[in-house]
Write a protein of this length. Structure first.
Length: 144
């Protein structure tokens, strides 16, 4: 199973307290056959997306989902997710982290990659939210 992850970063290449859709750029990582998470590409098509300044808009959320699905991404990694989390977790595993450096996050993800692989293989109608500190916690999105 090919696993691609999108890290939501600032221009300074750190995770900030922004929602996933508000990131300055996305770094796309891929889990290789040796079990390493390696950088594949850097992208940010959403700064020019019409309506990109509308915080939490469904239109923007759908555009981000469509674009990242087209890239084969299955896991989103950010310090925060906004109200579109209820759309996002139908297509991706959202992972909330508390670290700023992508290298630190990659190491923690590698320790717990089996949890994420199991979630992808089970293909639930809505993926759980994974919170990574030094360990991992799986929870569900609360619906209104």
């Amino acid at each position: 199973m090919k696993i691609r992850l999108a890290f939501a970063l600032s221009h300074n290449n750190v995770f900030e307290e922004k929602h996933f859709g508000e990131a300055d750029k996305y770094l796309i990582y891929e889990l290789n056959s040796n079990g390493m998470i390696l950088l594949s590409e850097e992208i940010n098509p959403f700064k020019t997306f019409e309506g990109s300044q509308i915080h939490g808009s469904a239109k923007k959320g759908e555009a981000v989902i469509s674009f990242l699905k087209g890239l084969g991404v299955s896991i989103l990694v950010s310090r925060r997710f906004g109200q579109n989390i209820r759309m996002v977790n139908r297509h991706f595993i959202p992972v909330i982290i508390n670290k700023e450096e992508p290298g630190q996050v990659s190491k923690i993800l590698m320790k717990h990659i089996k949890w994420l692989q199991d979630e992808l293989e089970n293909e639930p109608p809505e993926y759980g939210i994974f919170t990574l500190n030094n360990g991992i916690l799986k929870s569900r999105v609360k619906t209104k």
